[in-house]
Design a protein around this ligand. Structure first.
Ligand SMILES: *Cc1c(COP(=O)(O)O)cnc(C)c1O
Length: 348
């Protein structure tokens, strides 16, 4: 058996999704004449109660277009230090938008109340100008942690008191919403812009959406084009995204439950030092002294279980629509077997 817990980007399109792609009507989206891209953008904007949406090749692009549109050169962005925009987007905010980062240390990737107000810089010629706050829900490096709408809205209000715009990196927002029961509209009317990924747990092969006011999205569309993101008959991809939004949201609750089962099974195993709180589809855990992530991953791979290191002694398991209950049972069985073999701490 092979179990791919590397990332929820590993999903393969299902048969009905592929059928939707085959059946898509397409046109040249650079001329805004692709009916399926237009339909996806309108559907998503409506879902979030926002004015407009832009279909992009990746979440890195939607986040970076948002940063580009919200800031000017020499501005700074406030975000938590575990943020994807800081950790995993190649530092391109510095190249594309000529801005710097003002990093906060929160909890499990979440910004705490009061931290934004404390971090805003006064207006002096020698200081960067604080312009934008970026929050992430769920927070990947925070172990898939959830902001409730109440928590996020309070941070947005704190930001607005200081004249700051607020972008939400909602790559996995739906993994949070299936837990809280909150509506996309409630989030859409709270933030200035939101980025969502179609190619993670929602199961589309490619694509992300940037949502926001029409004038900002029009500006983002220009930058998308010059960055090489103007795709022509992109409706084949948009059809997968549309299918994902219409059929694959509710089932994210299964992914979340499976990751929580994995987390529970890891608790108390002799080779595990600690398991971070697992609220959604990401389970991060630390290995006991003497066992490195590299060695543990080799042991897992021998059993057909694939995962990624998240530090020298830290592992991330991610569930998605390609991971079944049966596979989770299998992983749990192998973890227990590994524990029984005593392949743990003391031996090194
Ligand atoms: C995956 C992800 C993105 C976007 O990544 P791409 O690989 O560029 O699509 C953005 N933010 C978070 C939190 C993510 O997990």
């Amino acid at each position: 058996m092979t179990v791919n817990l590397i990332s929820d980007t590993a999903t393969q399109p299902t048969a009905p999704m592929l059928e939707a792609m085959f059946a898509a009507r397409v046109g040249d989206d650079v001329f805004r004449q692709d009916p399926t891209v237009n339909e996806l953008e309108a559907y998503a904007a409506d879902l979030f109660g926002m004015e407009a949406a832009l279909f992009c090749p990746s979440g890195t692009m939607t986040n970076q277009l948002a940063i580009k549109c919200h800031t000017r050169a020499l501005d700074e962005i406030i975000c938590e230090e575990k943020s994807h925009i800081y950790q995993y987007e190649g530092g391109v905010y510095s190249m594309l938008s000529s801005v710097s980062m003002n990093l906060l240390r929160g909890e499990r990737g979440k910004v705490l109340p009061g931290q934004i107000a404390n971090a805003v810089k006064p207006h002096y010629d020698w200081l960067p100008r604080t312009r934008l706050v970026v929050l992430e829900n769920t927070c990947n490096k925070g172990g898939g942690s959830i902001y409730t709408l109440g928590e996020a809205a309070a941070l947005v209000a704190e930001s607005r008191e200081h004249g700051l715009a607020v972008h939400l990196d909602g790559a996995r927002l739906f993994n949070a919403l299936v837990e809280t029961g909150e509506s996309p509209q409630a989030w859409g009317t709270t933030f200035d812009t939101i980025s969502i990924c179609l190619s993670k747990g929602l199961g589309a092969p490619v694509g992300s959406l940037l949502l926001g006011p029409t004038d900002l999205i029009d500006e983002a569309r220009r930058y998308r084009k010059v960055l090489g993101g103007g795709m022509r008959q992109a409706g084949y991809l948009a059809a997968a995204g549309l299918y994902a939004l219409q059929h694959n949201i509710d089932r994210l609750a299964d992914d979340n439950a499976r990751a929580r089962r994995l987390a529970e099974s890891l608790e108390g195993l002799p080779f595990v030092a600690s398991v971070s709180t697992t609220e959604t589809n990401i389970c991060i855990f630390d290995l006991a002294e003497g066992l490195t992530a590299a060695r543990f991953l080799v042991e897992l791979e021998k059993e057909g279980i694939l995962a990624v290191p998240f530090g020298p002694q830290t592992i991330r398991f991610t569930t998605h629509l390609g991971v079944t209950d049966e596979q989770v049972d299998y992983v749990i069985d192998r973890l227990h077997r590994y524990a029984r073999q005593g392949a743990a701490p003391a031996g090194g």
